[in-house]
Design a binder for this molecule. Sequence first.
Ligand SMILES: Cc1cc2nc3c(=O)[nH]c(=O)nc-3n(C[C@H](O)[C@H](O)[C@H](O)COP(=O)(O)O)c2cc1C
Length: 188
Amino acid sequence: MKLLIFAGALRADPCNKKFAREAMRHAAAAGHQCTFADLKDYPMPPYDGDIEAATGVPETAQKLGELIRNADALILSTPEYNGSIPGVLKNVIDWLSREKSVSLTGKHLLLLAASPGALGGVRSLWHTRQPLEVLGVHVFPGMMGLQNAYNAFDDQMRLKDEKTAQQLQKLLGQFLAHADLNVSRKAA
Ligand SMILES: Cc1cc2nc3c(=O)[nH]c(=O)nc-3n(C[C@H](O)[C@H](O)[C@H](O)COP(=O)(O)O)c2cc1C
C-alpha cells in the first residue's frame, strides 16, 4: 500500500515526528511504500471564511490534500495540548474539509500520540478522532499513546523499550492488515 505518515506537530525535533517515523520504519520494512509529510512544509493561515471567499483553499492545503488523496492509508501521531487536539492540527483538518473533494473522506487512518507526560496524550487521541470521523475517515479502533516520550528514543531515533516497540509493531500490523483488506476490496 501507499502510506502517508505525518505528525500533528511543527517543531523540528518533536517526539511525535519520531514516533510517526518509527511507525513508518516498521511499515516500510513490511514492504509498504511510505511518504512522510512535515506539516511545517504546508503552512496555512488560521481558517477564515473571508480568506476562503477571496482566494479559495490555500495552495498548501490543496498540495497536502493531493498527497492524502494519492495514499491508500494514513498514519498520524499527534501531541496533546491542554488535554485535546493541537490547534495547528485542527486547523489543517478544517482547511482540508473545505477542499472540493475532501481528501480525508474514506481514508483508513491509524492514530498515535506521544507526550512527555504519564498519560501519553490519550485525551488527544479521543479528541482527534472526532473531527476525522465527522469527515468520514475510518479511524482504526486501536490507538497508542506513548508516555514519557522525551526519554523513549535512542540517538538513532528508535524506541528504546523493547515491549513498547513490540506494542507499536503489533498495532501497526493489525492496522495494515485491516486497511489492506479494505483497499483491495475497493479495488476489486
Ligand atoms: C500549549 C501546550 C499545551 C500542552 N498541553 C499538554 C497536555 O495537556 N498534555 C500533555 O501530555 N502534554 C501537554 N503539553 C506538552 C506537550 O506534550 C509537549 O510539548 C510535546 O513535546 C509536544 O509534542 P511534540 O514534541 O511532538 O512537539 C503541552 C504543550 C503545549 C505547548
